[in-house]
Design a protein around this ligand. Structure first.
Ligand SMILES: [Fe+2]
Length: 171
């Protein structure tokens, strides 16, 4: 006996929305790689810095690693739900030139500015996903809005760290 399955007539899983779905999957793959690279950069920058001033930054980045890893997993899961395939590691291309280790490991301003740059890039890309999914894929949109909230929180926190450095005249 043949099983009767049918594709959804509405929503992002509908046949009519194949093109939109593929576009969204590509954006989710980019977001996935951004999160993975952020995890790598945050591990590096939560360990390298030296000095009293670096302590708070290091502790904050240590906590963020788990959160960014969670984001990567959420993006990967959504790629699968949309009938996509989560890419393998050979597809990875690094982009975060601004989060490479500074010459001096006490240069915490370099790290703070790098984190702000990374969060700004994520915020821009996630805003694009939210616009692209509007009216087409509510679930992805809802998920990305929540992740965007986290990134805006991180950015604001690190802008505060930068302000403090500026006030102390070390930028
Ligand atoms: Fe993230």
């Amino acid at each position: 006996m043949a099983t009767t399955t049918r594709s959804a007539a509405q929503g992002i899983l509908a046949d009519d929305n194949t093109e939109a779905r593929e576009r969204i999957i590509e954006m989710l793959k980019k977001a996935y790689w951004m999160e993975i690279e952020t995890v790598m950069s945050y591990i590096t920058n939560s360990i390298n810095p030296d000095g009293v001033r670096a302590q708070e930054i290091v502790e904050s980045l240590q906590q963020d690693i788990q959160e960014e890893l969670g984001h990567a997993q959420q993006f990967a899961q959504r790629i699968k739900e949309l009938y996509g395939v989560v890419p393998g590691s050979l597809d990875f291309k690094a982009e975060q030139s601004y989060l490479q280790p500074p010459e001096s490991q006490t240069d915490i301003v370099h790290v703070i500015k790098g984190v702000i740059e990374a969060e700004t890039g994520a915020i821009e890309h996630y805003n694009r996903i939210i616009e692209e999914t509007d009216g087409v894929d509510w679930v992805t949109q809802d998920m990305v809005i929540e992740i965007l909230h986290d990134e805006e929180g991180h950015k604001r926190l690190f802008e505060g760290f930068l302000r403090e450095c500026e006030a102390d005249g070390i930028t």
